[in-house]
Design a protein around this ligand. Structure first.
Ligand code: NAD
Length: 309
């Protein structure tokens, strides 16, 4: 299959492009490199450097004539979406509409949208959150993802193109940016390797559903090849306090470091955990990697990258 991956130079994008190439697909990455991963994009993937909302990106899709599009390109920071909700909506809503139109015009028959289970359900009344639960995002970022899902339904209703939204949990793994304000696993690895004490925002009892990036990449590949429609949670179904993750990474580092507690993020979702039974039934997917294994592999990769730098 010929697959366009928008945001393919980013963290989840790199894992997804690697998985798609390994499965024998031909891949075109469209990415403006505003937040590219530190990893090398595989040489077998072609790449066009462009903002997804531009004519250059739409022309690239038209020339490539993809069978399927994996739309990952997005502004991914919840805090940043509060600081600049207009830019967030421009990238995450208008960018998505632009890619949907380019995909439909080019004759693509399949579209997979990266959505967010962590941001969409808000403070859920019951856990784990199920796809049919009411979405109640508490940030411009989550609201933009909800709007993007609505546009996906609109562009795929009755059209030749089918599509689904994958609502990821808290994705972690090699290649994630550890220098920003999101991604507790990457940030903690980076701090530990610098010899800094790990930081915990708030009391650390806030929970997340942590899922390993190569498992998410496998879900993306399965969804692209399937005819599944609607929304699917892509996570583990397990709820883990942030302080436990910090403690597991500190153990993996082999250095005794006590965490420092800093101010909680304003209006942060307190608990997050996603029911993944629908993805298992429709895509035959489940998260294959345990948290312990994934965190150790992630810490080792950050250590390798730090040693090579
Ligand atoms: N990382 C997570 O925990 C998580 C959780 C839920 C959903 N998601 C979603 O998964 C997708 C990928 O996330 P990620 O963690 O890999 O983010 P990332 O920031 O590492 O990657 C995004 C990539 O998209 C590119 N990009 C951004 N805006 C663009 C634009 N307008 N035009 C072209 N390229 C653009 C960036 O340069 C970057 O390479 C995003 O849609 C994100 O919202 C991520």
């Amino acid at each position: 299959m010929r697959v366009v991956v928008t945001g393919g130079a980013g963290f989840i994008g790199m894992h997804s492009v690697t998985a798609l190439l390994a499965a024998g697909h031909t891949v075109l990455v469209i990415d403006d490199m505003r937040h590219r991963s530190s990893g090398e994009l595989p040489a077998a993937a072609d790449c066009v450097e462009a903002d997804v909302a531009t004519h250059a990106a739409r022309d690239a899709v038209a020339r490539f004539r993809p069978g399927a599009v994996l739309h990952l390109a997005a502004q991914g920071g919840v805090n940043r979406s509060w600081r600049d909700p207009v830019s967030d909506a421009r990238c995450n809503v208008l960018g998505t509409v632009s890619v949907l139109r380019a995909a439909a015009d080019s004759g693509a028959t399949r579209f997979v949208l990266a959505s967010s289970g962590g941001a969409l359900y808000g403070d859920a009344r019951r856990l784990p959150s199920h796809e049919d639960d009411i979405a109640a995002p508490r940030s411009p970022y989550g609201t933009a993802k909800l709007a993007a899902e609505a546009y996906l339904r609109l562009f795929t209703a009755g059209a030749r193109m089918s599509g689904c939204a994958l609502r990821y949990g808290n994705v972690y793994g090699p290649g994630q940016d550890g220098t920003g304000e999101a991604g507790v696993v990457a940030i903690t690895c980076t701090r530990l390797l610098r010899g800094d004490a790990p930081e915990i925002r708030g009391d650390g009892a806030q929970t997340r559903d942590f899922v390993f990036a190569p498992d998410v990449a496998a879900a993306n590949a399965l969804a692209l090849s399937s005819g599944a429609t609607g929304a699917y949670n892509i996570a583990t179904g397990a709820e883990t306090p942030v302080c436990d993750v910090v403690s597991m990474l500190t153990s993996a580092s082999g250095v005794e470091q006590h965490p420092v507690y800093v101010d909680a993020v304003h209006d942060e979702v307190r608990r997050s955990c996603l029911d993944t039974s629908r993805a298992r039934a429709a895509l035959g997917w489940h998260a294959a990697t345990s948290l312990q294994t994934g965190l150790s592999a992630t810490y080792d990769s950050f250590r390798g990258a730090a040693a090579a730098a």
